[in-house]
Design a protein around this ligand. Structure first.
Ligand SMILES: *Cc1c(COP(=O)(O)O)cnc(C)c1O
Ligand code: SF4
Length: 356
């Protein structure tokens, strides 16, 4: 299917689009050339969900969007075996809530997503039947933990995708968190503006804006994902006063060149989304075929800093194993340091001197 053949999705309800998702690899046969039957062994272990909107953006299974969505036998051949290298579970005081840093928690309120990304760092949590379910008891216990823990100033709703909850359910959770006096900010981490932009309805936005200060970090990995529909979803959120960030994952064959990444960053800021992090992929079982060498990320960062607007330049992050925390990493530019000055290389590769 070509981009030009896309159906006008905007007349449909997002729930209907989601319900029409392709979850059986064989059903990809009418859309692309290839043998998809063998991919059942992969989806038995790691479910697939490609909704018709995202499917309409894929030109071939090997293109940057196809790679993110369509299963690959290499997911089962991965020598890595750790499902939770960041020790999220040992760092969960109650199931579904990760408390790693002093002042903030990640609260997993939904296990479903509008698409199951093949490189997902929480692949272990994707429900085996691929269907939305939520554990109400975990949500209740999570809210109680936040309420009982005065150090928590920042609550990050994540999952899965929090925006796959119904608007009423999400509004209920936001209201309960907002009622906790020591919580300063709420963040929502969602891929829906990219994978199912029709979910960003006027009604959802009207609910979200009642809970300011609310921040949203979305997740785009390739410029082709920023369609007019995605841009409209982002505008609606930005118009509601919600600052938008983007967490991009550096992925082999998807966005691992300076050209693609610089193009993505420029397009994001045009869409009023401020690039926040480029994540080096975590060593999660079933995702190794997406992991580039660190030098690939350095190349990308060298192409950004100084060459494009500062607001297009996110931090490049590695997440240390065992839950030791995220660290920004930069290609080293300092050649030498003395008491009085340092020698460094600027963005054009020129050697410069900086005195103190
Ligand atoms: C990434 C992460 C956060 C948020 O980190 P920021 O750098 O503040 O965006 C919080 N808790 C956990 C467990 C995380 O993995
Ligand atoms: S949307 Fe996020 S949580 Fe869901 S599968 Fe993709 S990367 Fe994982």
């Amino acid at each position: 299917m070509e981009n030009g053949d896309r159906k006008p999705f905007d007349t449909q309800d997002w729930r209907n689009i989601l319900a029409a998702s392709v979850t059986d690899p064989e059903k990809l046969q009418p859309f692309f050339d290839g043998d998809f039957k063998t991919l059942r062994t992969v989806t038995d272990r790691y479910p697939m969900r490609i909704n018709p909107y995202y499917l309409s953006l894929i030109r071939s299974p090997d293109d940057p969007l196809g790679k993110q969505a369509i299963p690959d036998v290499r997911e089962l051949e991965d020598p890595l075996t750790e499902a939770d290298p960041l020790a999220e579970e040992p760092l969960s005081p109650v199931p579904g809530l990760i408390h790693r840093y002093p002042d903030r928690v990640v609260f997993l309120v939904s296990s479903a997503c509008a698409m199951y990304c093949r490189y997902c760092m929480r692949k272990r949590n994707i429900p085996s039947d691929g269907r939305a379910h939520r554990d109400e008891r975990n949500i209740e216990n999570g809210i109680r933990y936040i309420s009982d823990t005065p150090e928590v100033r920042d609550v990050i709703l994540s999952g899965g995708d929090p925006l796959l909850l119904s608007t009423d359910r999400l509004a209920g959770i936001l209201k309960q968190i907002r009622a906790i006096g020591h919580v300063d900010i709420i963040r929502i981490h969602t891929r829906v503006p990219c994978t199912l932009p029709f979910r960003i309805t006027e009604r959802l936005v009207a609910e979200l804006k009642k809970h300011h200060p609310l921040y949203i970090n979305t997740h785009f990995n390739h410029p082709d994902e920023i369609t007019p529909e995605a841009a409209l979803a982002c505008s609606r959120l930005a118009d509601a006063g919600i600052p938008l960030g983007c967490q991009t994952v550096l992925l082999k064959g998807v966005n691992d060149t300076p050209q693609v990444m610089a193009g993505l960053m420029r397009k994001l800021v045009k869409t009023r989304v401020r690039p926040y992090y480029i994540h080096h992929p975590d060593p999660v079982a079933g995702t190794s075929h997406f992991r580039p060498p660190l030098e690939t990320g350095f190349n990308v960062m060298r192409a950004l800093r100084g060459h494009v607007s500062g607001i297009c330049v996110p931090h490049y992050m590695v997440d240390l194993p065992g839950g030791k925390g995220k660290m920004p990493v930069l290609p080293t530019k300092i050649r030498s340091v003395s008491d009085k000055s340092m020698t460094l290389e600027n963005y054009l590769g020129e050697i410069c001197e900086y005195g103190f």
